[in-house]
Design a binder for this molecule. Sequence first.
Ligand code: HEC
Length: 218
Amino acid sequence: MKTQYKITLCLLAVAAVVAGCTTTPGPVNLDKLTSDIVKASFRDEGIVKVSVLDTDDTNRACSAADVAGKPLDETTARAIEAENLKSIKWPTAGKFLGDWKEGEKIAQSGRGLTYTDDAKMPNGGNCYNCHQIDKKEISFGTIGPSLYNYGKLRGVTDDPNSAASKAIVEYTWGKIWNAKAYNACSNMPRAGHMGILTEAQVAHVVALLVDPKSPVNQ
Ligand code: HEC
């Protein structure tokens, strides 16, 4: 018991000396250190470039809030959402809806963005990884809310192109294009903004969610 006590004291003394000799890096240095290590450990490979690790103001603010362990303040959150909203590319010629059958395939597919992928092959939307969508699909993640009956529950009418359905159809496009436009630190990938899905693909996925003929709304 006594020896153990002595060893502990000794270790504490050594720790004190070591701590005295080194300076603890501040948060800024730690960030730089991390980014240097990351940059030195990765390389461009196939379609994946090291630049995918670059962050934008939105990522930085949300990561800082995560590290601080408290949500963004209201003003910053609204400013980030406004920035992301501005960046949304709305559909050419106002064509918000594509083909829900294509949308289902895109929602099912998690393909793309890995170094072995061919850049010419379209990416998937990976939606089922986080959402329930069609009731028939039994395998889905639950990070995001269920999207089953999405259009029906939100009052999309028989004519999704009608004025009555406009607001929800537009929101659905915007949310899929850039989820952070409506929720600053959303965990949902910014499918259009980050170039994961093309404009035509987003239209197909919107149709999957809002088209009254889509199995999602049966
Ligand atoms: C990594 C998980 C993740 C993936 C992948 C994902 N989402 Fe989401 N999604 C979320 C989360 C979490 C929310 C709820 C928080 C929020 O609104 O940002 C959400 C919210 C939504 C909403 C808003 C629901 C509402 O009631 O307002 C829609 C619509 C949506 N997702 C559609 C999709 C579609 C379509 C895809 C595929 C292209 C997709 N999501 C991929 C996580 C994800």
